[in-house]
Design a protein around this ligand. Structure first.
Ligand code: NAP
Ligand code: MG
Length: 467
């Protein structure tokens, strides 16, 4: 079994502690790797490494920084198969989705950011001053397990390009992709200390890292509750925070739209990563008098969904990340039944090794039910009916979250509805998100934006020089 180390000062290093976290394959329940359970003194050393490297990196020409980041991109391209294997085994994402989803997402977004960066201005002349943009210092990047490579990429690409140095703390359940990335970076010319990696529990290492006085920016993706704590913890030192949090995203179907498309759009987001995507369209809003039609289209499309061993090519849905996540999802399904929603499909665990739950669709859901308000992070869809379009928008916006959304319907009306939705991302009909567009949430879904120019700006200090 592979045993990993920490990475800082441009080298692989032993942890000061002597404990390890075991990484489990959620499809087989086998232990597949061990990573150091870092301790506070490790964090001090890792932050010191990043801090030492900052001044020189921040003073490096942006085009030179971009060249180093290009080397990282090339490294990822060259080792795609290894990443796919890691994502399948540590997360349980189906092989096909790892190949066609996780990897292209990472490569496309990274390329797009690099591309936008080519014309990015670090210096602007304004009335009476020269405005200069530069890195903050050390950025702590704390990432979740659902997209083990891309969640890190979304933070380090803009943070490094902007002139910051980084300390990555990946999710304890999926550190292997992070380790491959560190190995790629170790093989580039990136100056030592610019990229650093520490593993360990969120409550110890993550907490200590994000409160560290020498960390200037906390960039976090994960649950709203941890994000809220980080926001509080950033206050004493006035740290900048970038938060990408949860979602409970609506898809509004408008009369006259393509029913098959609406069902398929919801399905691709809430089944692909076993529903463990923050942008999953988990509330499907349909007109009262079309519910029966939706029920039959949903049943029809779901006949073909294959749940099972994620290493198999034709599998659509793999296991959930852990025993704990499986229990959480099953509890939500129970709660849905208790509160009066009706199961159209699925609703049970799957009796086999690994953490599998049947793709589940609830109908007769009202928006005040727990399953319509809380993020489940599993393959569970709630179908909610509405009376008229105004009512649909009200239901869509009646959420503490505001991450993504979709509208399927006659084009002009769909755009009008999209403009009324209080979420950071909305796709209309067949449209797909583009990698240079800003990604982030309204309300409790977050603070700040990732990707493209918007992502870079979040990692920049701004100075006005009058001369
Ligand atoms: P989580 O528990 O918030 O953990 C995310 C990361 O934070 C992990 O690296 C975790 O470390 C660390 N962490 C946990 N407690 C911490 C603390 N007290 N101080 C510092 N760091 C801490 O979230 P999760 O369960 O991994 O991921 C699921 C959630 O993330 C969902 O709510 C989902 O919507 C959200 N998410 C949002 C986006 C987005 O872009 N908006 C993307 C993906 C996921 P350990 O792994 O060691 O616990
Ligand atoms: Mg957690």
């Amino acid at each position: 079994m592979k045993e990993y180390k920490l990475y800082y000062d441009g080298q692989w290093k032993e942890s000061d502690g002597n404990e390890f976290t075991e990484v489990e394959n959620p499809a087989t329940e086998d232990i597949i790797a061990k990573v150091p359970k870092g301790v506070k003194s490790d964090v001090d050393k890792v932050v010191q490494s990043a801090s030492n490297a900052f001044n020189e990196w921040n003073a490096t020409e942006p085009s030179q920084r971009a060249e180093y980041v290009e080397q990282i991109l090339d490294g990822i391209k060259n080792r795609q198969e290894e990443f796919v294997e890691a994502i399948v085994s540590e997360l349980g994402a189906p092989k096909t989705f790892s190949e066609k989803g996780h990897l292209p997402l990472t490569l496309n977004e990274m390329e797009a950011t690099l591309n936008e960066f080519k014309t990015f201005n670090f210096k602007e002349e304004t009335k009476g001053s020269t405005v200069i943009k530069e890195g903050f210092g050390v950025v702590a990047c704390v990432t979740p397990w659902n997209y083990p490579l891309n969640q890190i990429q979304r933070k380090i690409t803009p943070a490094l390009l902007a002139g910051n140095t980084v300390v990555v703390k990946p999710a304890s359940m999926t550190p292997i992709s992070a380790m491959i990335l560190a190995d790629i970076i170790d093989n580039t010319d990136l100056p030592k200390g610019v990229f650093n990696l520490v593993t360990g529990s969120g409550s110890v290492v993550g907490d200590y890292l994000t409160k560290h006085k020498d960390v200037s920016v906390v960039s976090f993706t994960g649950s709203t509750s941890v994000g809220s704590d980080m926001y509080k913890n950033a206050a004493p030192n006035i740290k900048k925070v970038v938060l990408e949090l949860g979602g409970k995203s609506p898809l509004i179907y408008l009369k006259g739209g393509d029913v098959e498309l609406a069902v398929n759009k919801a399905a691709t987001t809430f089944l692909d990563n076993a529903g463990q995507s923050c942008v999953a369209l988990t509330r499907l809003l349909v007109p009262n008098d079309q519910l029966d039609e939706f029920k039959s289209v949903i049943k029809d499309q779901y006949k073909n969904i294959i749940v099972g061993d994620p290493t198999e090519e034709d599998v659509d849905v793999g296991p959930l990340i852990s025993a704990g996540q499986k229990e959480t999802v099953l509890n939500y399904i129970e709660k849905g039944k208790e509160e009066g929603a009706e199961i159209l499909l699925g609703g049970d665990e799957i009796d086999r090794e690994g953490y599998f739950v049947e793709p589940t669709v609830f109908v007769n859901v009202t928006n005040d039910m727990t399953i319509a308000q809380e993020e489940i992070f599993g393959p569970v869809l709630s179908v909610i009916t509405y009376d008229n379009v105004e009512n649909a928008v009200e239901i869509a916006n009646d959420s503490d979250y505001g991450l993504s959304g979709a509208v399927v319907g006659p084009h002009e009306q769909a755009i009008e509805v999209a403009q009324k939705m209080r979420t950071g991302n909305i796709t209309v009909n067949e449209a797909q998100v583009s990698p240079e567009a800003p990604f982030g949430g309204y309300k409790e879904s977050g603070l700040g934006r990732e990707n493209g120019v918007y992502g870079i700006e979040d990692y920049l200090e701004i100075k006005a020089i009058f001369s």
